[in-house]
Design a protein around this ligand. Structure first.
Ligand code: ADP
Length: 218
């Protein structure tokens, strides 16, 4: 039997194969239904899935949207890439397979939040269309709103809010999206914001107006 203790190389991955899959687990029906929560909250749950290059403005616009929604009385939460990597996904790196697992776990967490009736904004580069498609599949078209934060690489690199592009150009960070790792441009996002032409408040308002137009917010 394999040990469940942490290993140096991979703190939590050393899991007994017999324990890998939970075949005897049955979904427990909740006493408070999703619909009860929707009624109590006064709106549907949904995920605003912000995707774009590092420095494109995902976190900034997601937080501005969250503040506007909160001020309108909505039940909200922001799942931010860097924050999640400190905890839930602290065992994952930036290889293609780890990026896929990163997004899969976020998708599952977002799904629980949507079941709780929240309007969840997520801010992850989520560079691969297939992974965004996987989360869309998990949540369904009605609950998954893709927000493409479209900012040219040159602008992101000039902003470089965390100094990451500088490090990537110097070869200190490998697999950096836009430099030596691909970003699949969303083909038909529900919302397309262009931060090089609009300020943060305008981008956030564009998202709020979409939600109002779709009847997801009053
Ligand atoms: P990301 O989450 O995509 O990595 P951040 O939101 O952390 O990006 O950083 C984006 C940077 O760009 C911030 O410093 C922000 O102030 C700046 N910025 C300038 N104009 C805009 C805009 N219109 N929308 C969003 N961010 C903007």
């Amino acid at each position: 039997m394999t040990s469940l203790l942490k290993t140096e190389a991979s703190p939590y991955k050393e899991i007994d194969s017999e324990m890998d899959k939970s075949t005897d687990v049955v979904w427990h029906l909740a006493s408070v239904s999703h619909q009860d929560r929707v009624v109590a909250n006064g709106h549907q749950g949904a995920v605003l899935w912000f995707t774009g290059l590092s420095g494109s403005g995902k976190s900034t616009v997601a937080n501005a949207v969250d503040k506007m929604l909160h001020d309108l009385g909505a039940k909200t939460y922001v799942l931010d890439g860097d924050n999640v990597r400190h905890g839930l996904n602290g065992d994952l790196g930036f290889s293609d397979s780890d990026r896929i697992e990163n997004i899969r776990r976020i998708g599952e967490v977002a799904k629980l939040f949507v079941d709780a009736g929240l309007l969840v904004s997520t801010a992850f580069i989520s560079p691969f269309a297939a992974d965004r498609g996987l989360v869309r599949g998990l949540l369904g078209d009605k609950s998954f709103i893709e927000v493409f934060v479209d900012t040219p690489l040159e602008v992101c690199e000039q902003r470089d809010p965390k100094g990451l592009y500088k490090k990537a150009r110097a070869g200190e960070i490998k697999h950096f999206t836009g430099i030596d790792s691909a970003y699949d441009v969303p083909v038909s996002p529900e919302i397309h914001v262009q931060t090089a032409n609009q300020d943060v408040q305008q981008c956030a308002m564009q998202v709020i107006e979409y939600l109002k137009a779709k009847g997801l917010m009053n």
